[in-house]
Design a protein around this ligand. Structure first.
Ligand SMILES: [Zn+2]
Length: 468
């Protein structure tokens, strides 16, 4: 951070929990590409005289998330009306939670430090406005699509414990991993299922007082989150260093222009005239149910990371990448259980599986890794076999046999090749014997040209022995 400023970031993250139906009605949760207004009913359209009903699956997903974040779950919780007028909000209010959220006081462990979680609560999403037309002819039209109206949302609110754009992005990534691991959300940002709203301020390093913050709305990629925070920090620094004051406001992020822009001055809680939702009874959470949910939580990413490092001796970086994706982590551990070698399999997942996202049957991965590790096939052959197995579903041993992939590991056969190469390259042999050790590389290259199937390790051992 330049010039002795410290960055302070808190984050609100909205996540759509995995449920079949909406928060307070039986409508299916809309998917991208559904015809506009096809997943709606009188409840989510806000018709007078209708009554909402709480979706138990959404409550369960929210409780699981809160428990995975080590939150306290109070026995009593309730829903409140947050009143405001906007065309994508047909009721004229949003049902949210105000002073008695479903959970509070948790934390998420990031590498090196703990980010406190203030609360995780449930609410409903708004609809969408689609603006069309062209500026030139001033023919603007706006359309309302209420498929998203009433979709359940979990709001995860952190304390201002993040200190850089990197940390803010790491936090959002870690949160997504956690949600996917416990199965409470798919959290696909490109589908709008996870939206981040960082609030950012800066202060003189060493100061305890918080600066004036701005809040960035609806950021829907990790890259945008990182860029937007970097931009906002520079902007605020310039404002303060030129003697100005930062205005507390909500700002948007333009990905195309790479800048934030003012949207509206910050509203305060009292502007919303919150009051308890009269159409819903307060919700009593059964402590027995909470304990059942807690007991059913799978191993969490932080614990799994520690275990992979400890149990298999994985490098921290590899473990971070593998645990960051539940499917990779499960693939790894199931392959290991099937006898795959620990380190080379981790290396394979990091370098071959993660970049392509192509997953193989774990038993097949184990088979392939054993072939590679045992020196039966080369790495290029293993790669080809891997992708063919992913495509066709056939076993690696079948593919290896069919292609005649098999390394030349037989010493007698290799010896003949090595001798032939030495005969054909007397100069390199002399150089090596005269102390130019790099001549070995040239001889190995010649050998691979003659015998591409040669097992590299055995061949170079032989070569070294004969050069003696
Ligand atoms: Zn509905």
């Amino acid at each position: 951070m330049p010039n002795g400023w410290e960055i302070v970031i808190g984050m609100e993250v909205h996540v759509q929990p995995t449920t079949r139906s909406k928060m307070f009605c039986g409508c299916a949760v809309g998917k991208l590409g559904d015809p506009p207004n096809s997943n709606v009913c009188e409840i989510c359209l806000g018709m007078p005289g209708t009554l909402p009903v709480i979706n138990k699956a959404a409550v369960e997903a929210c409780l699981k998330t809160a428990l995975a974040l080590s939150c306290e779950i109070p026995r009593h919780t309730k829903f409140d009306r947050k009143n405001y007028m906007y065309p994508d909000l047909p009721k004229g209010y949003q049902i949210s939670q105000y002073d008695l959220p479903m959970s509070r006081n948790g934390f998420l462990e990031l590498e090196g430090h703990r980010v406190r979680i203030r609360r995780v609560h449930l609410e409903e999403d708004t609809g969408k406005l689609i603006h069309a037309g062209d500026k030139l002819h001033k023919a603007w039209e706006s359309f309302v699509d209420l498929n998203r109206a009433g979709t359940p949302l979990m709001e995860i609110v952190s304390e201002p414990d993040l200190r850089s754009a990197d940390e803010a992005r790491d936090y959002a990534v870690a949160l997504r991993t956690l949600l996917r691991t416990i199965g409470s959300a798919e959290a696909e940002m490109e589908k709008g299922q996870l939206r981040a709203e960082p609030n950012i301020s800066i202060r003189r390093a060493g100061s305890e007082e918080l600066g004036v913050k701005t809040e960035l709305k609806n950021i829907n990629s990790f890259r945008a989150l990182h860029r937007a925070i970097l931009y906002e920090v520079v902007r605020q620094t310039e404002v303060l260093e030129s003697g100005g004051t930062v205005v507390q406001e909500t700002r948007g992020w333009s990905e195309a222009e790479g800048r934030t822009f003012s949207q509206r001055s910050k509203e305060f809680a009292e502007d919303y005239r919150y009051f308890p939702e009269p159409d819903l009874p307060p919700l009593e959470i059964d402590p027995g149910w909470v304990e059942e949910l807690r007991a059913a939580l799978p191993e969490l990413p932080g614990a799994r990371h520690g275990r992979l490092v400890q149990q298999y001796g994985l490098p921290v970086k590899d473990a971070t990448l593998i645990v960051g994706d539940r499917y990779l982590a499960d693939l790894y551990e199931t392959a290991i259980a099937n006898g795959a070698p620990t380190l080379s399999t981790a290396n394979w997942i990091v370098n071959e599986v993660a970049p392509t996202g192509k997953l193989i049957d774990p038993a097949y991965l184990a088979e392939l890794m054993k072939l590679l590790h045992g020196g039966n096939i080369t790495r290029d052959q293993a790669r080809e076999t891997y992708f063919e197995s992913v495509e066709t579903g056939r076993s690696p041993s079948d593919i290896v046999a069919e292609h005649g992939f098999a390394q030349l590991s037989d010493e007698t056969a290799l010896l003949a090749e090595v001798e032939a190469v030495m005969e054909a390259n007397p100069r390199a042999v002399e150089d090596y014997r005269a102390g130019k050790k790099q001549a070995l590389g040239a001889l190995m290259e010649e050998l691979i040209k003659r015998a591409p199937q040669a097992n590299r390790k055995i061949a170079s051992d032989l070569l070294r022995r004969l050069l003696g």
